[in-house]
Design a protein around this ligand. Structure first.
Ligand SMILES: [Zn+2]
Length: 146
């Protein structure tokens, strides 16, 4: 179709030019924008709405998560299963690159939670008395044989 034909079709209201981009599309009364632009505009509108309604969106997300706990957990499980290698590699990489940071964080946590950690250890010892005694005995016997 040459320019003249195009011009004619537009004049005859067979085709129209999008008001924001130069896409040409089939003429429909009241339709000013092409499909792409309509899609873009809708996306922009939703983005804007989300930005202006952060609280509402956060509440909605929370509600969605609560109502779809099982579904989300299943999706996450599926993703993990299908990407085991990838996730392990990412984790390894993160640990290697952030060795110092991780150690510092652990140190900080230990310092800030001394009492909590002590209590947890005490609780573990009380609940696993038998197991710990057995381990100790095994260690003792192993050393004796050396
Ligand atoms: Zn357009």
């Amino acid at each position: 179709m040459n320019d003249e034909e195009l011009f004619e079709k537009i004049m005859n209201k067979e085709l129209t030019i999008c008001e924001t981009c130069d896409n040409i599309f089939e003429y429909i009364p009241q339709k000013l924008f092409c499909g792409e632009c309509v899609k873009e505009k809708r996306k922009a509108r939703i983005r804007k709405y989300c930005e202006e309604n952060r609280e509402k969106k956060a509440a909605y997300d929370r509600k969605y998560q609560e109502e779809n706990r099982e579904k989300i957990a299943a999706q996450r499980r599926k993703y993990h299963e299908e990407n085991r290698e990838k996730i392990a590699a990412q984790r390894r990489k993160y640990r290697e690159e952030n060795h110092e940071k991780i150690l510092a964080r652990q140190r900080k946590y230990r310092e800030e939670n001394r009492e909590k950690i002590k209590a947890r250890k005490r609780k573990y010892r009380e609940e696993n008395r038998e197991k710990i005694a057995a381990q100790r005995r095994a260690r003792y016997l192993a050393n004796k044989e050396k």
